[in-house]
Design a protein. Structure first.
Length: 373
């Protein structure tokens, strides 16, 4: 799992004034909106006795822990300890990590890492979002598989005729013509020719009037840390799926999908679009959950790659560089999680690096290095 990236952690319409717990990189966070409507993202772990702030309550711009009522502001600084006499000073260490947040494309993005603003990798661009000819839907599902296995599945064109049969691929024509990969620092994309199956159901009715092409171009790509794009050009229009693979833990993934279509743009077709997205995921799910080893190997030579696996190989190479740079949060770093522990570690937030005078202000140690570990 990679720190130092913007992670889309929740749909924006799911976050209000009530505290909302989200999980990413094997750590819990609490989201809530301030009075001005800005989303705050704090570590969900109270430094006093480890209460979950997400079970507490929001007053003004502060959140109160449900256990002894300590109040933290939106920068994560404790501003009130109810059991203390008024004149007693609040300890400097009474603070939790706060993570920068941005709302974009109907998602809440949190920067999970301690890089200064100028060094942060960019949030991927979703050009269809502001295009009025596109209609947006959102969908989510949890699967019991590693998020990188899930991510690679989406950019893997050669599985479609086998896993999706005639729903999506064409079992009679499983060949993948060679494709060229466009790589950037944080992404890789390719236009891949797939033989299309005849469209069925509602979408098929309209497509019948159009001649069926021999190949359709599907644009497939990954954008670090965990987004994959699938742009399908159907005879009736374009369908784009942006698929966020959120690592709840190393072996459990919350898949959040935003779909854009420029056909049947009335709200009446939203449920049908969501059903199609769900059908695709339900076909992929048992295969991805059955993959062994569960975690993506670090060494390229640990699995066999062929020409059509180019996007996955590009992903593994880029990831290997970032691991070398120290951005990896692996199993050994995860102290909180689904087994009982005595010690907690936290993804370091920018305040740790920005304020050297706070170097010793943190109770919970940074996970996998970080400025103060
Ligand atoms: S555990 Fe949060 S106030 Fe005591
Ligand atoms: Fe698939």
């Amino acid at each position: 799992m990679l720190k130092n990236f913007w992670y889309a952690v929740e749909f924006a319409d799911q976050v209000g004034r009530q505290p909302k717990k989200v999980t990413c990189l094997g750590q819990d966070f609490v989201l809530y909106r301030t009075e001005a409507g800005m989303v705050t993202c704090l570590s969900d772990l109270c430094v006093h006795r480890g209460g979950a702030l997400s079970m507490g309550s929001v007053t003004g711009d502060c959140i109160a822990c449900p256990y002894h009522g300590w109040q933290y502001d939106s920068a994560g600084v404790c501003v009130k300890i109810p059991a203390n006499a008024e004149e007693r000073k609040i300890p400097r260490k009474a603070r939790v990590d706060a993570y920068p947040t941005v709302e974009r494309y109907g998602m809440v993005w949190a920067f999970l890492g301690d890089l200064p603003e100028a060094q942060r990798p960019p949030i991927p661009v979703l050009p269809e979002h502001d295009d009025p000819t596109f209609r947006r839907v959102q969908y989510e599902m949890v699967i019991d598989a590693n998020y990188e296995r899930a991510l690679e599945n989406v950019v893997d064109a050669s599985h479609t005729p086998f896993v999706h049969g005639t729903a999506f691929g064409n079992p009679d024509k499983p060949g993948i013509p060679d494709f060229r990969i466009r790589t950037g620092d944080w992404s890789a994309e390719a236009d891949i020719q797939l033989s299309p199956p005849p469209p069925k159901g509602l979408w098929g009715l309209l497509a019948k009037r159009k001649p069926r092409p021999e190949y359709v171009t599907v644009t497939n790509g990954w954008y670090l840390p965990n987004l994959v794009k699938l742009h399908i050009r159907l005879p009736i229009g374009d369908l784009l799926l942006y698929d966020f693979n959120i690592p709840l833990s190393q072996d459990r993934t919350l898949i959040k999908i935003i779909g854009y279509r420029n056909f049947f743009t009335g709200g009446w077709a939203d449920a049908n679009t969501r059903k199609r997205i769900e059908m695709i995921l339900l076909q992929d799910r048992p295969v991805v959950e059955s993959q062994r080893p569960e975690l993506l190997p670090f060494d390229l030579s640990d699995e066999l790659h062929v020409r059509s696996d180019g996007l996955q190989v590009a992903y593994r190479r880029r990831r290997a560089q970032l691991i070398k740079d120290g951005w990896w949060v692996g199993g050994d770093d995860i102290i909180t999680g689904d087994v009982p522990r005595r010690k907690a570690t936290i993804i370091p937030s920018p305040a740790r690096r920005d304020n050297p005078e706070l170097a010793s202000a943190w109770v919970h140690k940074a996970r996998n290095g970080g400025a103060t570990s």
